[in-house]
Design a protein around this ligand. Sequence first.
Ligand code: UD1
Ligand code: UDP
Length: 385
Amino acid sequence: MPTLKILTVFGTRPEAIKMAPVVKELRRYPEEFNCQVAVTAQHREMLDQVLKLFKIEPDYDLNIMQPGQKLEDITTRALNGLSEVFRLSKPDMVLVHGDTTTTFVAALAAFYQQIPIGHVEAGLRTGDRYAPFPEEINRRLAGVLADLHFAPTNTARSNLLKEAIPEKNIYVTGNTVIDALKATVKDDYNFKIPELKGVDFAKQRIILVTAHRRENWGEPLEEIFTALRDLVEIYPDVSVVFPVHYNPKIRQLAADILGKMDRVFLIDPLDYQPFVNLMARSYIVMTDSGGLQEEAPSLGKPVLVLREVTERPEAVRAGTVRLVGTNYKNIQKSVKELLEDKPIYDSMAHAVNPYGDGNASRRIREAISHYFGLTIARPEDFAAK
Ligand code: UD1
Ligand code: UDP
């Protein structure tokens, strides 16, 4: 049997973090798989940080990022570039991840050439086409185009079944973000972030913040940042650490509202390793990110989600994640509660792992073998404990 050529495609930081374990896993079986990597580089610096950490050299790099890019820019540049890559590479399967514009476009380009598509992190849904925007529609479109669906959880599997995806094409694998996290968080990690020299980790309670969602640009971000500014003034033992996304819209607003505050550390995006180790040392995580909603519960950190809806309900059900939206008063109330009420804090600060057990990439590899008839047995589904 000749090896299967699997072309993994990604473009942004979170896709890279979550695809790196899959690339590593497939490359451990060179007799079965020839795993290539194509990046659109929808992100540049933030993608390169991850490629370097996981020692992945792309076979194809479209380098499409432009400052302040619009959705249609990413879509057309990626579609033209990836179509050419697929013609050159001629893969047996294209693997895409999640819900970015790179994801949707890679699936579309593969479909046009009738190449089988595997969708990693399939089936996440909020049910609201504009939240998150454009990710909810990107992932639904990828779901329509994909042949194989790697659902991280049973909830995601149920969402796909409701959309009439055939049961036999869905594998419940866990989320590869937990594979990446387990390989990265180390108890003996030598924690040094030069930008945070002024933070007294022994005495200060750290609120770790990230925010970047398109639907939060403008007024919602203003409310979030103003709420944070006022909270830091009320609580002298609290510091905010905010690695600010390179998007100029976010950087400008963050600098305007939080730039001159003592105990607010606006820093550049951190490499994944220091970032997750910083999360492990934080008191509260406040975020509109998808990935952080999966990582922080696994580290036992309470998460306040700066969105109205989430496609990741599992940790909300487990009690470690709370949806607070972007309203100034709601944010203040929820943070105050966590800072002042220890029993409430403790009820949220327990480690849960509804998203994975660290073996998602292995299940994905086995599922691909199963799909191509190389093995008879289906891999066992991930079941949260
Ligand atoms: C994108 C994804 C989003 C994902 C997020 C992860 C889309 C439409 N959005 O959103 O789903 O959650 O990535 O972070 O696919 N920039 C840089 N350097 C970088 C990265 C970004 O300068 O390394 C700046 C550029 O000016 C760029 C802008 O940020 O134009 C926005 O990047 P873009 O990928 O369009 O949107 P994100 O908000 O990052
Ligand atoms: N992350 C990182 N450095 C940072 C901030 C986040 O490495 O400074 C990681 C984080 O651990 C998570 C991922 O980036 O794995 C989340 O990416 P992002 O918030 O950009 O996208 P989303 O998850 O919302 O799609």
